[in-house]
Ligand binder design. Structure first.
Ligand code: LLP
Length: 386
């Protein structure tokens, strides 16, 4: 009898090797996004009955084809800047404003004004906004982002709750906010919390929902509770997938206790991370003091997650996918920083050579959206695979 989690399916790119090799011939670095994978993830979330509204946090990947795909799957879109709002309405001019959230952090007040003009749902997360610009908020319906006092996530840099984090109104100031809002004729129609990104403790959302429902009941006017994003994906080939069924069960249990509220979520990574790969060509293979390094024409400017969070991405040599004679390599980029390192002590074909097409997996979330032109290296190209 075999125990443990069922084997995960092989990633899509193993079946699209020829297509990817052809795309890489155009030029590299290039991101390639596989829409069927986005659709599959969207449908996994859509199948969860306890969730009433689904939003996609577009900061993970604002490619217009991805936005259109997710909207077609019934998702709304969550934006954090004026630029993201513009992207959404450029890509989807007919999109109803009710399907868009604006959840900024320390944004200039004019961005809030623009969001109200567009008719999207605005979330605020401090008292000072209302104090300093009462005229901007008077008489509006608002969502309120609460800091429940703790955060979580795959790295301390992506935890968004607790004293060290800049996000959210602390629980002990909710009454103060509610009083001020009342005096301005503001209706608080939604409560929001997002504790961080890449959280593998599946029970946390259920606890959040419970806590937020407590606040919502006190406030009275709330109809929607948004428990944020933060769903993880398995970045390592040997890692188990997040237990979505257990997660959904927990939410259903809570929903049963708090039937008065619509439940909303706003994941980013879960929907798009596995759908994206970064393609690069090997530039040089060098041995120094016993360490073999393969250089890519993509650097930390193209994908900053390893440098910024020590994040793991599987790396493959697409030109020699079936080679079984392997050796250990560090995989580096062409940027003049020692943190320009995609992976250390990785197994790759021993024959890996300049010109090989290399693939960095699970790069669909926070890849191109965080890319820069550091060292005056061009931004990666992007392709969609249907
Ligand atoms: N909602 C809010 C308010 C957020 O701030 C975020 C992400 C999300 C939803 C979506 O979170 P997700 O489901 O993708 O975890 N650059 C980091 C992740 C930063 C996430 C920022 N906020 C990374 O590459 O791991």
């Amino acid at each position: 009898l075999l125990h443990g989690a069922p084997q995960r399916a092989a990633p899509w790119w193993r079946f699209e090797r020829e297509r990817l090799l052809a795309l890489a011939e155009k030029n590299t670095p290039r991101y390639v996004y596989h829409l069927p994978t986005v659709r599959e993830r969207a449908r996994q979330l859509s199948a969860i009955d306890a969730i009433d509204r689904r939003y996609y946090a577009i900061k993970a990947n604002p490619h217009p084809a991805i936005l259109r795909e997710l909207v077609a799957e019934g998702f709304g879109l969550e934006c954090v800047s004026q630029g993201e709002l513009e992207r959404v309405f450029d890509a989807l001019p007919e999109l109803a404003a009710e399907r868009v959230l604006f959840t900024p952090s320390f944004a200039p007040i004019d961005e809030y004004r623009t969001a109200f003009e567009r008719g999207v749902t605005v979330t605020v997360d401090n008292v000072e906004l209302l104090r300093n610009w009462p005229e901007a908020f008077r008489g509006r319906a608002l969502w309120l982002r609460v800091d429940l006092g703790y955060g979580d996530g795959h790295h301390e840099k992506v935890s968004t709750g607790g004293k060290e984090a800049k996000f959210g109104l602390p629980a002990q100031r909710v009454d103060e906010f509610v009083d001020l809002a009342r005096s301005l004729g503001i209706a608080i129609t939604g409560l929001h919390a997002h504790l961080g990104s890449g959280i593998d403790n599946g029970g946390h959302w259920k606890a959040m929902l419970d806590e937020l429902a407590g606040f919502a009941r006190r406030i009275g006017s709330v109809d929607t509770i948004d428990i944020g994003g933060g769903l993880p994906i398995p970045y390592r080939a040997d890692e188990e997938a997040f237990d979505l069924d257990a997660w959904a069960e927990g939410l259903a249990e809570m929903k049963h206790l708090h039937p008065a509220f619509k439940l909303a979520i706003e994941p980013g990574r879960f929907l798009v991370a596995e759908a994206g790969v970064l393609l690069a060509h090997a530039t040089q293979v060098v041995e120094k003091d016993g360490v073999r390094r393969v250089g890519l024409d993509a650097g930390m400017n193209a994908l900053i997650r390893p440098a910024l969070y020590d994040a793991w991405h599987d790396i493959a040599n697409l030109s020699r996918l079936d080679d079984t004679d392997e050796a250990m390599f560090d995989i580096v980029g062409p940027i003049c920083e020692s943190s320009d390192l995609f992976g250390k002590d990785r197994r790759l074909p021993r024959a890996t050579a300049p010109g090989d097409t290399m693939l960095v997996a699970d790069a669909g979330a926070y890849g191109s959206s965080m890319a820069s032109e550091y060292n005056l290296r061009a931004l990666p190209a992007e392709d969609i695979v249907e």
